[in-house]
Each structure stands twice: as C-alpha cells, then as structure tokens.
Write a protein of this length. Structure first.
Length: 134
C-alpha cells in the first residue's frame, strides 16, 4: 500500500477507536452474523477479546509496513485460529471482514466508499496469512 493510503487508514482507525463502542459494535455484528460464530464465542471474556483485537488491528498495519515482529505476532494469532487449535473455517473470515467494515461504516464520521476500500485492502494480507493456517 502507498504511504498515503496507510496514513488515511490510520486516521480512520483512530476515529473508530475514538468512538467508545466501536469494538463492542464489531463483536455484536460478528457474533450475530452466524450461529457458529456465536457458539465459538460462548465463553469468551470480551473485555480481553477487545484488547486483543485492538492490538491485532495495529499489528495488521505494521505487517503491511513490513515489520517482522508484527508478522511473528500475527503468525501466532493465525496458529491459534488454525486447524490444530480453534480450527476456524476459512469462510468465517468473510463474516469477520464484513462485520468489521460495517462497524467502521457506522462509527467513522468521515466514512466513504474509499474508506471501505482502504479497510479491505489493509486487512487482506493478514487475513490471507490467517487463512493459510487452515
Ligand atoms: C483477521 C481476522 C482475525 C483476527 C485479527 C483475530 C484476532 C484474534 C486474537 C488476537 C485473539 C486472541 C488470541 C489469544 O487469546 O491469544 C482471537 C481469539 C479468538 N478468535 Fe479471532 N481473529 C480473527 C478472526 C476470527 C474469526 C474469523 C473467528 C471465527 C469465529 C475468530 C474466532 C476467535 C475465537 C473463538 C477466539 C478465542 C476467544 C476466547 O478466548 O474465548 N477469530 N482472535
């Protein structure tokens, strides 16, 4: 991604995280997107889960920027979701991304179609890495 695109993404991410219920809204949409997703999060501590997701979003940016430590972090997250552990089906990543983009559309006051394209582009590398552990 171009530095200008990364900067615009970071601005959108900051605006979303400034909205106090952005991560709650994301999990509300994601958990509501399918009974299987709901089942997987049945015993989850969402306060912790939201902290982990916030970190992962920053790590996604650093992976795109070529940071090795961030890539290793995301590889561990990918292993956790892979077939030897949580065994998340590859199709659930579409639900994850659609829920995320929708939460952004509702919480970023400067939302536009361009914002959606930026989020999808920024998440694609990390999601491909996660899917490759299936
Ligand atoms: C790129 C997309 C995703 C990212 C960045 C992500 C990130 C994370 C992180 C950081 C954790 C915490 C890991 C730990 O405890 O060490 C986690 C846990 C988890 N994720 Fe994901 N995740 C993604 C996609 C998904 C999808 C598609 C599902 C499907 C349902 C899913 C289900 C779960 C579950 C069930 C847990 C464990 C919750 C618990 O501890 O109760 N994740 N995820």
């Amino acid at each position: 991604m171009e530095p200008q695109e990364i900067a615009s993404f970071n601005d959108s991410l900051s605006r979303c995280l400034a909205s106090e219920d952005f991560l709650d809204r994301f999990y509300e949409l994601f958990v509501g997107s399918s009974a299987s997703v709901e089942e997987l999060f049945r015993d989850t501590d969402f306060a912790r889960q939201k902290r982990m997701l916030r970190s992962s979003l920053y790590m996604m940016v650093m992976v795109v920027e070529g940071d090795d430590d961030a890539r290793h972090y995301l590889e561990r997250v990918a292993e956790r979701h892979g077939e030897a552990d949580l065994d998340i089906p590859a199709t659930m990543y579409d639900l994850w991304l659609d829920s995320l983009v929708r939460a952004v559309s509702e919480r970023d006051p400067e939302w536009s179609d361009g914002t959606e394209a930026l989020w999808r582009k920024m998440m694609s590398q990390g999601i491909e890495m996660m899917r490759s552990y299936q």
